[in-house]
Write a protein that binds this ligand. Structure first.
Ligand code: HEM
Length: 86
């Protein structure tokens, strides 16, 4: 089996929601899986790919930030997210 972005995302999100069940209600689900998980993993890869082009990273991060603010994500959630992932 190929272990790609989807499998990595599923593993990370299973772990996140097992440890921080309060985040579950923020996410939309389909076929018992969190739809945006692979996009989160892809976003890390995209930013790493843009490291030498800082002018492209800033607008991309602003756009992602706006999406998260609209979804109710706040500063303290990132700290909890980081703790869970590490
Ligand atoms: C560095 C950390 C993070 C990255 C790189 C990231 C990345 C992403 C990406 C790429 C999307 C899809 C955006 C789109 O619709 O195009 C997304 C959606 C989302 N993210 Fe994050 N995210 C991060 C942290 C967080 C945290 C801490 C939370 C809160 C617990 C969160 C909650 C959400 C929610 C609720 C959505 C919408 C998901 C849905 O509709 O099911 N994210 N994130």
């Amino acid at each position: 089996m190929t272990y790609g972005a989807k499998e990595i995302a599923d593993t990370l999100y299973d772990y996140l929601f097992a440890n921080m069940p309060q985040f579950k209600s923020m996410f939309t689900m389909e076929n018992n899986r969190y739809v945006k998980g692979p996009l989160t993993v892809a976003a890390f890869s995209k930013v790493v790919g843009m490291l030498s082009q800082f002018d492209r990273i800033v607008p991309y991060m602003k756009k992602l930030g706006d999406i998260h603010i609209k979804r109710g994500v706040r500063r303290e959630h990132y700290e909890m997210f980081e703790t869970s992932f590490l």
